[in-house]
Every structure is written in structure tokens, then in C-alpha cells.
Design a binder for this molecule. Structure first.
Ligand code: NAP
Length: 280
């Protein structure tokens, strides 16, 4: 079984480790690093003795130790810290170690510039439902990634959701749809609850109704990923739902969504530019 090292095991990398453990991956093949001893103790308490956990606070060489001999390394620190971390581990990577970054806004070329020449590397854009095994994880591979390595990274990431390969130029659009997308669904639930209060519901009831409705609709979409077909199936001609949907579309929902996602792409481009400067 391959050895997998997670560097920076917070919310995202932690979700992937938990997914792997739940899928039956051998815990003895997993290594995880964090910054503080307190975080290491929390991970130990939730995962038990299996994965090896290193804290930089007590072991300054934590990241170097974790990557030595690893087949796959997942970088899960904040985007501004990726380049420094990649440079730190570079001398300790085997030439066939696959390095994956889950950081938003870090281009493959930025990552590659901080790694040894020819290192196989993957950029991944995950999203928060990965925490409950329902994520979407878009990946772009560099030319050095072998078919076996692609299979390995797909297997590891599939433990927390759907893995889709995209061309790297599409990562901005991916960020706008699936990366930031969960927040749009949360906002929809918030606005439905707020409108429900104005229509006479108490706050708690409105919030529970809205949250359970968006979550339930999500389950239906998960079973049948065709939103237009599901919408048509619940919209009777001249009925209440049709009246509400007409108000949404006439009020400019499509145009507003387009503008929101273009704002997301523009901000992503700013971040990409900022982080690519760091690699120089
Ligand atoms: N969270 C999401 O839903 C999400 C979605 C898409 C992309 N991402 C990407 O995932 C990456 C991580 O985000 P996150 O939300 O998981 O962050 P997070 O919860 O803050 O986790 C970061 C982890 O890195 C550790 N760390 C910091 N510096 C380190 C170092 N030098 N060596 C080893 N460990 C170090 C921290 O340790 P301590 O706990 O001890 O501080 C913490 O465990 C980001 O690049 C982000 O763009 C996240």
C-alpha cells in the first residue's frame, strides 16, 4: 500500500485523512503534520494510534520527516504558505513522489517553481462538503504525472467526494462553481429563512425549514444530478412554485448569478497573480 503524507492537516487535509480512514486505508501508511502540538493531540484523539502525526512546534523537521519515502504528499497549508512549504520539503522528496496542492489560487507553475525540476505535481480545488464525504474535487495534472499516480491521487481524493479532471485554465471557473458554490447554497437558505420571517414565521422555525429544504434538495440532486429536470418535476403549471420561480427569473437571478461568479473569477485571478509573485 502506498505511503501518503499530509502536510498541514487542518480542515481540508484532515477531512481527506478521515475519509481515507473510513474507506479502510491502512492507517500505518498515513503521516500528518501540523504546526502546533495542541492540534497534533486533537488529531491523535480523533484518529487513534494509526497515522503518524508530527507537530512542527516540537519537531521542527516535521514536514521533512513526513515526506521522506512517501509516494504521495498533499500540501494543505494556507495558500500564502504553500511556496515556502514546497521549498522546505523539496530536497527530501523522491523523484517519483507525487505532490498535490489543495490550495486555492496556487497555479501548477507556481508549485513547480518551488519543487525540484520534473517533480510530478497536481493542483486540486476541493470544496467544503468534503468534510462529510460529499465534496467535489477538481484536479489538474502536470505532464510528469504517470497513469498509476493519477489513479492513486484519484483513489485518495475519492474518499471524500467526486473527483473530476479539468484543464488548468478552467480552475477559475471551477472555483466559481464548486469551490465557492457551497456558500451560495448557504446564502440561499439564509435568504429563504429571512423572507420566511417577513412572511410571519418565527426565526427558529424559518431557519430550520430553510436549512432542511436546501439540504433535502441537495440529497435529491445527489441521487439525480439534473437540476432542471428536478425543478420541472416539482413545478405544476400555474402553481405556487411556478409563481415563485417566475419572480426569481424576472428579478434577474440568471444575470445576478453570472455577475457573482464573474466576481469570483476576478478575485481568483488577483489571488493567482499575488501568489505567483511569491515564487519569484
Ligand atoms: N477548508 C476548505 O473548505 C477549503 C476549500 C478549498 C480549498 N482549501 C484549501 O486548503 C488549504 C488549507 O485550508 P484549511 O481550511 O484546511 O486550513 P486550516 O484548517 O487552517 O489548516 C491549516 C493547517 O496547516 C497547519 N500548518 C500551518 N503551517 C504549517 C507548517 N509549516 N507545517 C505543517 N503544518 C502547518 C496548521 O496547524 P495548526 O492547526 O497547528 O495551526 C493547520 O493544521 C488552503 O490552502 C485552502 O485554500 C480549503
Amino acid at each position: 500500500m502506498p505511503t501518503v503524507a499530509f502536510l498541514g492537516t487542518g480542515s481540508m487535509n484532515g477531512a481527506i485523512v478521515s475519509g481515507l480512514l473510513a474507506s479502510g486505508f491502512d492507517p500505518a501508511q498515513l503521516r500528518a503534520t501540523v504546526s502546533s502540538q495542541a492540534s497534533a493531540q486533537k488529531l491523535q484523539a480523533s484518529w487513534g494510534e494509526g497515522p503518524q502525526i508530527f507537530a512542527q512546534e516540537t519537531q521542527p523537521e516535521a514536514n521533512q520527516l513526513a515526506v521522506t519515502g512517501a509516494d504521495l504528499v498533499l500540501l494543505g497549508v494556507k495558500p500564502y504558505a504553500i511556496v515556502d512549504l514546497a521549498r522546505q520539503i523539496a530536497p527530501h522528496l523522491g523523484p517519483q513522489t507525487l505532490v498535490v496542492s489543495v490550495a486555492a489560487g496556487i497555479e501548477l507553475k507556481t508549485l513547480e517553481a518551488a519543487l525540484p525540476a520534473g517533480q510530478p505535481a497536481v493542483r486540486c480545488m476541493p470544496n467544503t462538503p468534503s468534510r462529510v464525504g460529499k465534496g467535489v474535487l477538481a484536479i489538474s495534472l502536470n505532464a510528469q504525472v504517470s497513469p498509476q499516480q493519477k489513479q492513486l491521487v484519484t483513489q485518495v481524493l475519492s474518499s471524500v467526494g467526486l473527483v473530476l479532471e479539468v484543464a488548468e485554465e478552467q480552475m477559475g471557473a471551477v472555483t466559481a462553481v464548486s469551490g465557492s458554490g457551497p456558500a451560495y447554497a448557504f446564502l440561499l437558505a439564509e435568504t429563504m429563512a429571512a423572507a420566511g420571517v417577513k412572511l410571519g414565521l418565527d426565526e427558529e422555525t424559518a431557519q430550520r425549514l430553510a436549512a432542511a429544504t436546501v439540504a433535502g434538495a441537495g440529497f435529491l440532486l445527489d441521487a439525480q444530478p439534473d437540476p432542471a429536470a428536478l425543478r420541472r418535476a416539482v413545478t405544476s403549471p400555474n402553481g405556487t412554485t411556478e409563481a415563485a420561480l417566475k419572480a426569481y427569473t424576472e428579478g434577474g437571478l440568471y444575470e445576478l448569478t453570472q455577475a457573482a461568479m464573474e466576481a469570483c473569477v476576478a478575485r481568483n485571478e488577483d489571488m493567482v497573480r499575488e501568489f505567483s509573485q511569491q515564487a519569484k
